[in-house]
Design a protein around this ligand. Structure first.
Ligand code: GLU
Length: 450
């Protein structure tokens, strides 16, 4: 269809060198073809061209002082992509690989993810190319304060509500929140992922990982299966991976891997969760240290797979949870996963599988849950935190967890029903993209040309 093709071509020209963004946009737009073929309605309103353009993008300088007295400079970003369904909502990523294209791809994905939750939240994302690795606590604090000194003027509890992502956890949210409060004099729900004693929601920290497991349970249930007793591969060792592993262990599955940028741990007896938390949440150190307490585990350095692929995906298993980062799972990995018997994939990270890998999963007709559906539990629980903040309440874990389970089941159902409606049952990529898009597009049309 020339409309989709032309829009993508125009994007490549007007926003050069944003490859991850084109990848995300292409996936969504290609999935929308059957919708446009069926009905000229969205085309008539030129929704495609409108939806791929952020409403607003901020890019700013962040200057901060290191412990050595030197002044450092980083780039800061916030993309306010789409507010058709509610205030901009989406995390902040601090990682040296971050560019404006990264933030744009993440913001774009966030629009449809947030729509799928069924909650009133628009899509946004932010971050910086700041590298938190090996920085002291004081340096992290000064950086967060500097970042918020610019960001505060663009956000608010009913306009734009940032949260965490890679490199931004409870500690960073604390420093960012403190600076917001100092600058504005307001104590309000302007960030989510806050500490439990000062406005955070119980269950938010665990929600992305738990949600990805609930999504896998829904996919398995639809095929008459269960997660119990299944061998699982998990990549990553951050917040999402840790709480995916925690929920898998609680449900009687056997997660045997986790990984960081330097290497992969394989522990056939099941990952030692307490040890993983100690290494990554307390000591913030390399996974290699895992072996000192679990000598029977194996450590595979990332350098063993230098070009195409990742050790995590080369093992025999039933279910896989990519929870590290975008494009961590290549076509070669996908082939290996299928050969090794994996029949269900639930993505905890954003866009972890590249386009070729996704095609391979879809052609093999396995249960494949794309990130924008499978990892939506995090942002959904962020919205629950916003609801608690605005009513000055704190809900108990049973309430938050029950809502999370419901939301994940709902997302799965919407994706499955929409896939069925368009004649491709089991294609949850198609289902997620069309279901998310329709909600946002209908709201945009209802609100007129803005
Ligand atoms: N960074 C998470 C995501 O990718 C959570 C965003 C939020 O809670 O606002 O969805």
């Amino acid at each position: 269809m020339p409309y989709v093709h032309d829009t993508l071509e125009r994007l490549r020209k007007s926003s050069p060198a944003q490859t991850e963004f084109y990848q995300a946009a292409e996936e969504v737009l290609e999935c929308l073809r059957p919708l446009f073929d069926r009905d000229p309605y969205y085309h008539d309103h030129n929704i495609i061209e409108r939806i791929v353009e952020p409403e607003r993008q901020m890019m700013f300088r962040i200057c901060w002082t290191g412990d050595n007295g030197r002044v450092y400079v980083n780039k800061g970003y916030r993309v306010q992509f789409n507010s058709a369904l509610g205030p901009y909502k989406g995390g902040l990523r601090f990682h040296p690989s971050v560019t404006s294209g990264t933030i744009k791809f993440l913001g774009f994905e966030q629009i449809f993810k947030n729509a799928l939750t069924g909650l009133p939240i628009g899509g946004g994302k932010g971050g910086s190319d700041f590298d938190p690795k090996d920085k002291s606590d004081n340096e992290i604090m000064r950086f967060c304060q500097a970042y918020m000194s610019e960001l505060y003027r663009h956000i608010g509890p009913t306009s734009d509500v940032p949260a965490g992502d890679i490199g931004v956890g409870a500690r960073e949210i604390g420093y960012l929140y403190g600076q917001y409060k100092r600058l504005t004099g307001r104590y309000e729900g302007v960030l989510t992922g806050k500490g439990l004693d000062w406005g955070g929601s119980i269950g938010r920290k665990e929600a992305t990982g738990y949600g990805a497991v609930y999504f896998a349970q829904n996919m398995l249930k639809a095929r008459g299966e269960n997660i119990e007793g299944k061998t699982c591969l998990v990549s990553g060792a951050g917040n999402v991976a840790i709480y995916t592993i925690e929920k898998l262990l609680a449900l009687g599955a056997n997660p045997i891997t986790c990984s960081d940028s330097r290497g992969t741990i394989v522990d056939n007896n099941g990952i030692d969760l307490a040890l993983l938390k100690e290494l990554k949440e307390v000591k913030r150190t390399s996974l290699e240290q895992y072996l000192t307490k679990r000598p029977k585990a194996r450590y595979i350095p990332a350098t063993d797979y230098p070009d195409d692929g990742h050790a995590v995906w080369r093992l025999k298993a039933d279910v896989a949870f990519p929870c590290a980062t975008q494009n961590e799972l290549t076509d070669t990995d996908a082939k290996a996963l299928l050969q090794n018997g994996v029949t269900c994939i639930s993505e905890g990270a954003n866009m972890p599988s590249n386009a070729a890998a996704i095609n391979r999963f879809l052609n093999a007709n396995i249960a494949y849950g794309p990130g924008k559906a499978a990892n939506a539990g995090g942002v959904a629980t962020s919205q629950l935190e916003m609801a608690q903040n605005s009513s000055m309440e704190q809900w108990p874990l049973v309430k938050v967890d029950a809502k999370l389970k419901d939301i994940m089941a709902n997302i799965h159902q919407q994706c499955a029903d929409t896939a069925e409606e368009f004649g491709e049952p089991n294609n949850l990529v198609l289902g997620a993209n069309i279901a998310g898009f329709r909600k946002v597009a209908n709201a945009m049309i209802a609100q007129g040309v803005t």
